[in-house]
Each structure stands twice: as C-alpha cells, then as structure tokens.
Design a binder for this molecule. Structure first.
Ligand code: AP5
Length: 209
C-alpha cells in the first residue's frame, strides 16, 4: 500500500508512521528525517538545508523531488511506502504523480492550539530519531532515549519563531493539497486529537487495514 501522510507540523505523522510500519510492513520515508540525517552527517546536502529548516522554511522543490524520486526507486518500496512530509507543495504533488501512483492520502486533523502544545513539548533522540514529549510521553530517564540510550534533545526548528513560521508555511503551501487529493478521491481524514493508540485505531478504520 502506498500512503501519503499529510497534516500540519506536529500533528503526529512521524509517531503514527512508526506504528503503521509494523502493521503494513512498508518503509517509512520522512523527508524531514532524511534532511536531519544529512545535517547530522555534515554532508553537502546537510550544509545546504540546515539554515532553511532551522528557520521553518521549506527546502526547494527540485532538491526535494529528486531526493524522493531516488528513494522511491529503491527495491524496498516495491510493496508500498509511507511518505511522511512529502509532498508539501503543489509542484511536489504534480511531480510525484509522474513517478508514482498513490493509494490513499491520510490527512491528520489537529487544531492549532494542540499543534503548538505538541511541538513545543517535543523531544527527539539524536541517535535513533524516536519521538518523545515532555508531558505526554517523556523518556523514563531524563534526556536519555529508552530505546538506544542516545541523547534526547529539542529540535532546532521546535523553537517558538520557527514553529510559527512552519504553521504559516503549512497554511500557504501545504494545506491546498487537501483539496487537490480530495478531488482525486484519495483523501481520508483521521482525527489526531486522542492518545496515540486511539489515533492508530482511527487510522486503521479510515484506511481499512
Ligand atoms: P518534518 O520533520 O517533516 O516536520 P513537520 O512536518 O513539521 O512534522 P513534524 O516532524 O514536526 O511533526 P509530525 O507531524 O511528524 O509529529 P510528531 O509525530 O513528531 O520536516 C522538517 C523540515 O524539513 C520542514 O520544516 C522543512 O524545512 C523540511 N522539509 C521536510 N519535508 C519537506 C518537503 N517535502 N519539502 C520541503 N521541505 C521539507 O509528533 C509531534 C509531538 O507530539 C511529539 O512530541 C510526539 O511525541 C507528540 N504526539 C504525537 N502524537 C501524539 C498523540 N496522539 N497524543 C499526544 N502526543 C502526541
């Protein structure tokens, strides 16, 4: 099954995808995670995108489209994939339609006050990328990942100014994709407000898996 996870920043796309990969046995492809890995590894791509991401802006379409096209050409995507955070602009959606078909687009619905609450409390493992939240899902030992023992930190783009910019960019450039995919009959809505287990159930019902 080929899925796109749409939804505002902090709506829980990454958290849900981490659960759904076990259900569907398909790879989770997060463009944000690919960019963060490039930054951590100090690559040429990482240098190009760090300041853009930290400020809450989008990386340019041609870089992002090329990266996803190359990733979807890899063998592990033959049975499907979860695309988390791509497409995010109309040109990205139109490019994707040229190199892959999609079965469903899952739109995670979360109101702005909850978006702010989730992003401002998010903590992430620097080593394995597992997500935590200061209030809703703290690591058992302060600042230490339960899974790998890595350092748990606050993402540079989870500071107040960058969060506001990301929400603005989402409204202007990504929200129009909801109508685009709804018209194609691909969109399913998932209520992202409840606790994670319930969101997984909402997803299963909406998608029929
Ligand atoms: P990206 O990493 O994709 O950021 P995002 O879309 O803003 O999404 P987030 O990762 O912030 O949130 P999420 O929806 O995955 O929520 P999460 O599960 O973490 O992209 C980062 C940047 O890269 C972009 O700003 C851009 O610069 C660049 N980029 C990426 N893709 C691009 C593209 N296609 N084009 C151009 N540029 C691109 O959850 C958030 C918090 O809430 C966590 O603390 C979690 O523990 C908690 N939580 C989750 N679910 C629940 C729940 N049900 N109840 C309580 N807490 C919950």
């Amino acid at each position: 099954m080929r899925l796109i996870f749409l939804g505002p920043p902090g709506s829980g796309k990454g958290t849900l995808a981490a659960r759904v990969v076990d259900i569907l046995k398909v790879p989770h492809i997060s463009t944000g995670a690919i960019f963060r890995a490039a930054i951590a590894a100090d690559t040429f791509l990482g240098h190009r995108v760090k300041a853009i991401i930290d400020a809450g802006h989008l990386v340019n379409d041609s870089i992002t489209i090329r990266l996803v096209k190359e990733r979807l050409a890899q063998a592990d995507t033959q049975k499907g994939y979860i695309l988390d955070g791509f497409p995010r602009t109309m040109p990205q959606a139109e490019a994707l339609a040229e190199f892959s078909t999609v079965d469903k687009v899952v739109d995670l619905n979360l109101p702005d006050p909850l978006v702010l609450e989730r992003l401002s409390g998010r903590r992430v493992c620097r080593n394995c990328g597992v997500n935590y939240h200061r209030v809703f899902n703290p690591p058992k030992k302060a600042d230490t990942c339960d899974v790998c023992g890595g350092e748990v930190y606050t993402r540079d783009d989870d500071r107040e100014g960058a969060i506001r910019k990301r929400i603005e960019v989402y409204r202007e450039q990504t929200a129009p994709l909801i109508g685009y995919y709804r018209e194609k009959g691909l969109l399913v809505d998932v209520d992202a407000r409840p606790a994670v287990d319930q969101v997984v159930e909402n997803f299963r019902k909406a998608v029929g898996v």
